[in-house]
Design a protein around this ligand. Structure first.
Ligand SMILES: [Zn+2]
Length: 392
């Protein structure tokens, strides 16, 4: 039956294990183990052994008539390290610099799934990788932190994944990382698969999914409310524009409506959300409006314009939602983070003139402000709310 020479990890083996590879195109690995060691340390493996013994048709013997169990496991390299360790193999523990993060995080994932309580044996590898837990590509730290019972930055990492990763692909169970980030050992995009986490960590992933949806729909609600308000201003002719220059708000508002419509965020059909970006990307769609609004405020051109005021309120509402992003610890507790604390660099406004430029514009406009305001008021009185017709 044995097609490959088995790797003997026990001095006196009595259990034959075949490691199959469903996920990766690799040949099976054959191992000779001690049934007593394997079954005393892992309940799932003991169950597999008992099943092999009691179900005649499934028992496979090698030439020595050992009981054989088959195991399909994603983290095969990590499992072999663990099997070597429990059999006191002399080469069980590689040098910390010789173990990749992929193999390392497979160890706690395997220990957790096979219910082997030996994480203490691998602490030095944990210490080696600990400082990188918040870096891109190290998201499987969700598994590591839980198994090694280390909750530092755990909630922050889950909150960062919630706002930076794109939504779960329909039926695929996979999240893609921020644009420009790549997986640690591939040239492909950074990905987080729902399936690679042990069952208990999966509970945390489910919470993360719910939190991402909560943020998305609260922001969509704020956008809907804003759009309905603009429509109301137009139809009720209640808008009053005191902008300088007059109708500046129309240009900014129209650009925002175009952006939100093109992304399927407002004016949606059957409540279908076409947007497939991250929560961070969703917030960044508002940045051009934010820049314009700050310039309008800094240049004394904003006045009491209801259109600008509605955009200011939209930004405030969205930022209030994003000031309380929930991160989850494995013990079930929740920690709240402001999006700035999670991805501050990416939240910096793309200033073209800088704050000083805005101040300079404001000072120069101060000289003209009396004329401008009186002109604005006069024009508003003359034009009423008709300017809103150009907005929608
Ligand atoms: Zn205006």
């Amino acid at each position: 039956m044995a097609t490959a020479k088995p790797l003997a990890l026990a001095a006196k083996p009595d259990l034959y294990m075949i490691l199959t590879s469903f996920h990766r195109p690799q040949p099976d690995i054959h191992l000779l183990l001690s049934q007593q060691i394997v079954c005393s340390l892992s309940r799932p493996l003991k169950k597999a052994y008992v099943t092999a013994v009691t179900h005649d048709r499934h028992i496979i013997f090698n030439d020595e008539k050992y009981i054989c169990i088959k195991l399909d496991w994603w983290h095969r390299d990590s499992l072999i390290i663990i099997l070597k360790a429990i059999h006191h193999h002399p080469e069980a523990f590689p040098d910390v610099n010789d173990m990749s993060f992929r193999v390392f995080w497979g160890i706690p994932a395997t220990l957790d799934t096979l219910q082997i309580d030996l994480s203490a044996w691998f602490v030095r590898y944990f210490e080696h990788w600990k400082s990188r837990r918040l870096e891109y590509g190290y998201e499987p730290w969700l598994v590591v932190g839980k198994v090694f019972d280390y909750d530092e930055d755990y909630a922050k990492l889950s909150a960062r994944i919630i706002v930076e990763f794109t939504g779960w692909k329909d039926g695929g169970g996979m999240l893609t990382g921020p644009k420009g980030t790549k997986g640690l050992e591939t040239d492909g995009p950074l990905e987080m698969w729902e399936g690679w986490a042990p069952r208990e960590v999966m509970g945390e992933v489910e919470k993360m999914k719910m939190e991402q949806y909560r943020l998305l729909y609260e922001i969509l609600d704020a956008m809907d409310t804003w759009y309905r308000h603009i429509v109301h201003l137009k139809t009720s002719k209640q808008g009053s524009c005191t902008c300088s220059p007059i109708e500046d708000c129309v240009v900014v508002g129209k650009a925002l409506i175009t952006t939100l419509k093109s992304q399927g965020l407002i004016h949606r059909r059957h409540d279908h959300v076409a947007f497939r970006g991250s929560i961070l990307e969703l917030r960044r769609l508002l940045q051009p409006t934010e820049v314009k609004l700050r310039r309008a405020l800094g240049g004394f051109g904003y006045g009491r314009c209801k259109v600008y005021d509605s955009m200011r309120k939209l930004l405030k509402d969205v930022d209030t939602i994003l000031s309380k992003v929930r991160g989850f610890k494995y013990d079930g507790t929740v920690e709240e983070f402001n999006i700035d604390a999670l991805c501050g660099v990416m939240m910096v406004l793309p200033w073209s003139t800088g704050q000083m430029g805005v101040v300079a514009v404001g000072v120069s406009l101060l000289l003209m402000v009396a004329i401008t305001i009186s002109w604005s008021v006069l024009k508003t009185l003359l034009s009423g709310a008709c300017f809103l017709a150009k907005l929608i």
